[in-house]
Design a protein around this ligand. Structure first.
Ligand SMILES: CSCCC(=O)C(=O)COP(=O)(O)O
Ligand code: MG
Length: 237
């Protein structure tokens, strides 16, 4: 009897892949930057907030005041630092915004259709983003296409490691109980795909015109299959 091949797990990035870079840069980050001083003033005493503020303070090598921590975090937002403490605090801040109805995640329509199609076809879906896992669940739970969070069965963030480090993808494969070759990673960032490929994952480069007006040529793609929308991913699964 012929062995049936398991459907690959589809592991997706968010910014530049399921949602536009502009949404993250022009909506989410400014919201966090603006709300941060109030949030630290009002919630800085909560253990789940203090834990991350203290981590930022320790990195300064000195006891520093909350105002200085806020300035540091705002600077990191401006630099798009993918620091775990910043990402955890952003997730807590965005939670308020989503729950108050002030935030709603923009999704690429082809990404919504693809995720629904693959889930219906029996693929397991997972997310790997620099945004914290709670922030990922909130984002997919509050999209312009409704609640998409139930489509996913795992959410990975930088607590498994940096997205440009092959060991992070080995850990994700272990945690999904799948061999690396049974996972397809979708991302707009070639360096992330290089790391995933080095760990044995299959890869697809999202090269969306609205995020990357200049198409990336063959040399820039480093051998990763290149698509402009999720519609073209099915042929590669
Ligand atoms: C809930 S994700 C918000 C986006 C974010 O904070 C970020 O840094 C995007 O990183 P990605 O790894 O998805 O490109
Ligand atoms: Mg990305």
């Amino acid at each position: 009897m012929a062995a049936t091949r398991m459907r690959p797990v589809i592991l997706t990035d968010i910014e530049g892949t399921t949602s536009s870079i502009a949404f993250v840069r022009d909506v989410l980050f400014p919201y966090a930057r603006r709300e941060l001083p109030r949030f630290v003033r009002e919630r800085g005493g909560d253990p789940e907030v203090r834990r991350w503020l203290d981590q930022v303070a320790i990195e300064h090598g000195a006891m520093c005041k909350d105002e200085m921590i806020v300035e540091t975090l705002q600077g990191w937002i401006d630099q798009d630092r993918k620091h775990t403490a910043l990402k955890a605090l952003q997730g807590l801040l965005w939670r308020d915004g989503y729950l108050r109805g002030e935030l709603q995640a923009d999704m690429y329509p082809d990404a919504v259709a693809g995720l629904r199609r693959w889930h219906a076809a029996g693929h397991r879906l997972a997310v790997y983003s620099s945004g914290s896992a709670p922030a990922q669940k909130l984002l997919f739970g509050h999209t312009d296409a409704g609640d998409l969070a139930p489509l996913f069965d795992a959410f990975f963030d930088t607590e498994v490691g940096n997205k440009r480090d092959a060991d992070s993808y080995r850990l994700i494969a272990d945690q999904l109980h799948r061999s690396p070759g049974d996972i397809v990673f979708l991302s707009d960032v070639v360096e992330e795909l290089d790391a995933a490929f080095a760990a044995g994952l299959r890869t697809v480069l999202l090269d969306r015109r609205s995020d990357y007006p200049q198409p990336r040529d063959a040399a820039a793609c480093h051998g990763h299959p290149r698509v402009e929308s999720f519609d073209a991913v099915d042929a590669l699964l």
